[in-house]
Design a protein around this ligand. Structure first.
Ligand SMILES: Cc1cc2nc3c(=O)[nH]c(=O)nc-3n(C[C@H](O)[C@H](O)[C@H](O)COP(=O)(O)OP(=O)(O)OC[C@H]3O[C@@H](n4cnc5c(N)ncnc54)[C@H](O)[C@@H]3O)c2cc1C
Length: 797
């Protein structure tokens, strides 16, 4: 065993081996993997080995496609078999909603290069004859679905990594990970200490324990899971070809051929978290005792869906644990605040996702950033607020919903409410329907009198429609109020603050009393953030950005912070308040402050410290709703008093609270993009129009300058356009394909309904050379081709 290495990967399951292979493949050959036992000794060895591309997140689905295509490459490289069975798979739809979901997924797959197809019940019967199609409305067929040999595949990754110079050490547990002052690590194993520049936690079932060695909490939890292998069945082994996979979401089961019989696994409702207080260190190549009682209802359902099972003998029951994050996606990337410590855990579908996880992590470590947006799997999508007490019920919820339809407007109930602002009770008393963002309760809308306080999950316009329209009208015609607690906020101070902001932000850093909008770029010129900078003094700045991107942004700040002269503090939850927006907003503000806040005295993008009622506040003239508006920030302790002052003063001005649904409709009127939709690391400033906020002439270098300048010189190959869509009852959500002259030329980033203009609006990318002022396209929404026309004039001035 060598004693120094560039990277020490802890854990030899499918994920650790994939990370090791990708590191070596991308050029870091001085890498090693430490496994406490044999390769596959965690959840990997007892996996059912199924793989599929379907994932609600588009980037995750693309990475699953990458993983599946990689297996042939591995086989060719190593000469080893992964035991591949590319038999194709069908996911059944037994409700119209699920069919809607498949139509939306199928549409997305068109520009992702995935060849899924919608199939009729009759086609399902032909493809998968063991299926009883009673009540089935259709299905989604994916030719890439299949299964493999988990052990063979893991060993193929391992051999491929070794062939590229990586070392693998077996039967040697890591017992400590200690960081040196220079950020490198001493990885203490039973057989000696390794000095490593980087550590990767790929310890799967033991990722919590290995994380704790470095003081890191990773929000994941193991769940028990069972599948059954049947005795031989003539209907199966006498077939010409292999039976395809069938996922039956209604029965929460997946079924496939296994040898001469079948294998069926369940995501049962009475599921059980495993090893709540920690994974036993001596757990290894053993299974959990069978528990058929737990899956009794699932089995009964499966007998109806696949009557053949009723006469099938049981050959094996496999019952083992594997880990989930609260939202079911992996936890990958650099752990904020712990230098050179990387997470590659929480991978619940190692054979669908392991390749993509390995590729993304290796790119991140070697090249500094990934080729695509990884936010869906980024460990930074959960903040410091997350605890084991939150993780466990969320993981149970996720397990139970493994095959549920996921709706774009859906809010999940587990662990709610958890984090709230002081104004929560005020909204609650006014019939608020809440959502959760980064753990925080946020008002989506206020249910109208007599309406249920629940938004029906739907791919189409929901029951929030009328309430949202009323809130939009209040903002456009009078004045609306909502909270600013769900903005990410940072206080940047120190003599070096301006210089640092000039380097980390591509835009102009404002003068005292003024604000600016700016993109933050990655070295490759991709969007890492869209920020508002407010300058309160030469060495005192406030930044605002997306609330959900807090850990992502903070991690980037810390990675780029000089050792002295600048301090960055996350004040997202300690600097909150309200925004007021609408034509009566200036009058309302004028009534509660002593300053002159007329448009000439307090201009657009001005920021001031003001006393509002009794509260010392930072007030800025800006609005995300378009039209007149102010953001008023203060201490959380003052929030309720601030609300009383504003609501009393605004009563005769038509003041009405509004929620996020209205906000997202209002922003469409001014074509404002939003983080995670129009703005993400997948896109560039030139593509999104954020280049208009770049300060090209500012002195000195800034992160992303070379790449952004190169894009400026050539012009982007695609650009964001806004469309008016002839939608009837379903608006664009995201990733719907944009068709032009019979081919898919682009995709939507977001959309919705402008209640102010009475129009369905979409934003999306189109190749630059296809863009004209009067561009007419079709947008595929839930399988229907909907005409849409480009618009260039905002819906309000
Ligand atoms: C019954 C069942 C069926 C499944 N079916 C499928 C399926 O069909 N398709 C699919 O994609 N996925 C399936 N899975 C999930 C799949 O098994 C996991 O996604 C995958 O195994 C995760 O791999 P991993 O490498 O992250 O973790 P693990 O396999 O748990 O590997 C972690 C490794 O780290 C090692 N380790 C831990 N601590 C230390 C230490 N201190 N020092 C050194 N080494 C250490 C362990 O020994 C272990 O080998 C199934 C899981 C179960 C339980």
């Amino acid at each position: 065993m060598k004693s120094t290495t560039r990277v020490c990967v802890i854990g030899g399951g499918v994920v650790g081996c994939s990370v090791l292979y990708h590191l070596a493949k991308l050029g870091w050959s001085d890498v090693m993997l430490i496994e406490r036992s044999e390769l596959t000794s965690g959840s990997t060895w007892h996996a059912a080995g199924g793989f599929h591309t379907l994932n609600g997140d588009t980037n995750m689905a693309a990475l699953q496609g990458y993983t599946i295509r990689l297996y042939k490459e591995l086989e060719a490289l190593t000469g080893m078999s992964c035991g591949l069975h590319h038999v194709g798979g069908i996911t059944l739809a037994d409700t119209p909603e699920r069919l809607d979901m498949f139509r939306a997924e199928r549409a997305k797959h068109r520009f992702m290069g995935l060849e899924t197809e919608l199939v009729t019940p009759e086609e399902i019967k032909k493809l998968a004859p063991v299926t009883n199609i009673d009540g089935i409305l259709g299905g989604l067929y994916d030719p890439l679905d299949g299964h493999l040999d988990p052990s063979g595949t893991t060993h193929a990754y391992a051999r491929a990594a070794r062939m590229k110079g990586a070392e693998i050490v077996l039967r040697n547990p890591v017992i400590e990970t200690n960081q040196r002052a220079d950020g490198t690590w001493d990885v203490v194993t039973r057989d000696g200490t390794i000095h490593a520049e980087h550590v990767v936690n790929a310890a799967g079932l033991w990722a919590r324990e290995v994380g704790a060695l470095a003081g890191v909490y990773l929000p994941l939890h193991p769940m028990e899971h069972q599948y059954i292998v049947t005795e031989d069945l003539p209907e199966i082994f006498e077939r010409d070809g292999e039976h395809p996979h069938v996922v039956d979401p209604g029965g929460e089961s997946y079924l496939r051929q296994e040898g001469r019989g079948l294998c069926i696994g369940f995501y049962e409702q009475p599921c059980e978290p495993w090893a709540v207080d920690g994974t036993p260190l001596d757990f290894g190549h053993e299974l959990l005792p069978d528990n058929l009682d737990k899956i009794e209802d699932s089995i009964a359902f499966a007998y109806r869906r696949y009557p053949i099972l009723e006469r099938a003998g049981v050959k094996n029951v496999i019952h083992g644990p594997f880990t989930f994050a609260p939202d079911g996606n992996p936890l990958v990337g650099p752990v904020r605040g712990v230098r050179n410590y990387w997470s590659a855990c929480g991978v619940m579908a190692g054979f669908s996702q392991g390749g993509g996880v390995g590729l993304m992590l290796a790119q991140w470590m070697i090249e500094g950033e990934t080729e695509r947006d990884t936010i869906a799997m980024d460990v930074a999508r959960f903040g410091d607020w997350i605890t084991p007490g939150y993780t466990r019920p969320k993981v149970v919820e996720n397990y139970q919903r493994r095959f549920s339809v996921t709706y774009p407007n859906e809010e999940l109930p587990a662990c709610r409410p958890f984090r709230t602002s002081p104004a929560y009770d005020i909204w609650d008393a006014r019939n608020a329907v809440f959502g959760a963002q980064f753990g925080m309760e946020v008002v989506n809308y206020f249910a109208l009198p007599g309406e249920a306080r629940f938004e029906t999950p739907s791919f189409r316009r929901s029951n929030a429609w009328e309430a949202t329209r009323a809130e939009v009208q209040a903002v456009r015609n009078h004045v609306g109020i909502n909270e600013v607690h769900n903005f990410g906020k940072y206080h940047v101070t120190g003599t070096g603050a301006r210089g640092w902001l000039d380097r980390i932000m591509a835009g102009r850093v404002p003068q005292p009393g003024r604000m600016s909008l700016t993109p933050m770029l990655s070295p490759r010129g991709r969007l890492f953030g869209d920020f508002t900078i407010s300058c309160m003094g030469e060495d005192d700045f406030r930044l605002t950005a997306s609330y959900g991107a807090q850990d992502f942004h903070l991690r980037w700040f810390l990675q780029n912070l000089p050792t002295s002269g600048v301090a960055v503090e996350n004040v997202s939850d300690t600097f909150i308040g309200f925004q007021i927006a609408g034509p009566n907003a200036p009058e309302l503000l004028g009534r509660v402050v002593r300053e002159d806040v007329s448009e000439t005295a307090f201009r657009f993008m001005d920021v001031r410290r003001m006393v509002v009622g009794m509260s010392d506040c930072m007030v800025q003239r800006v609005s995300y709703t378009g039209g007149p508006g102010f953001e008023i920030f203060s201490d959380p302790g003052n929030q309720r008093a601030l609300y009383s002052v504003l609501s009393e003063a605004g009563a005769d001005l038509g003041l009405r609270p509004f929620g996020m649904r209205a906000m997202m409709s209002l922003r469409l009127d001014r074509f404002f993009g939003s983080w995670g939709r129009e703005f993400s690391p997948d896109y560039t400033p030139g593509e999104t129009g954020m280049d208009r906020f770049i300060a090209w002439n500012k002195a000195g270098d800034w992160i992303g300058k070379a790449a952004a300048s190169a894009e400026k010189a050539t012009g982007p190959a695609r650009r964001l356009c806004v469309f008016e869509v002839d939608a009837l009852d379903a608006d664009v959500v995201a990733y719907e394909p944009i068709w032009l002259d019979g081919e898919v030329v682009g995709f939507c980033t977001s959309g919705g309904y402008s209640h102010h203009a009475g129009k369905s609006i979409a934003m999306g990318f189109v190749p630059t050379d296809r863009i004209t002022d009067d561009l007419a396209v079709e947008i595929e929404i839930l399988g229907d081709m909907i005409p849409a026309r480009r618009i260039t004039t905002p819906l309000i001035t």
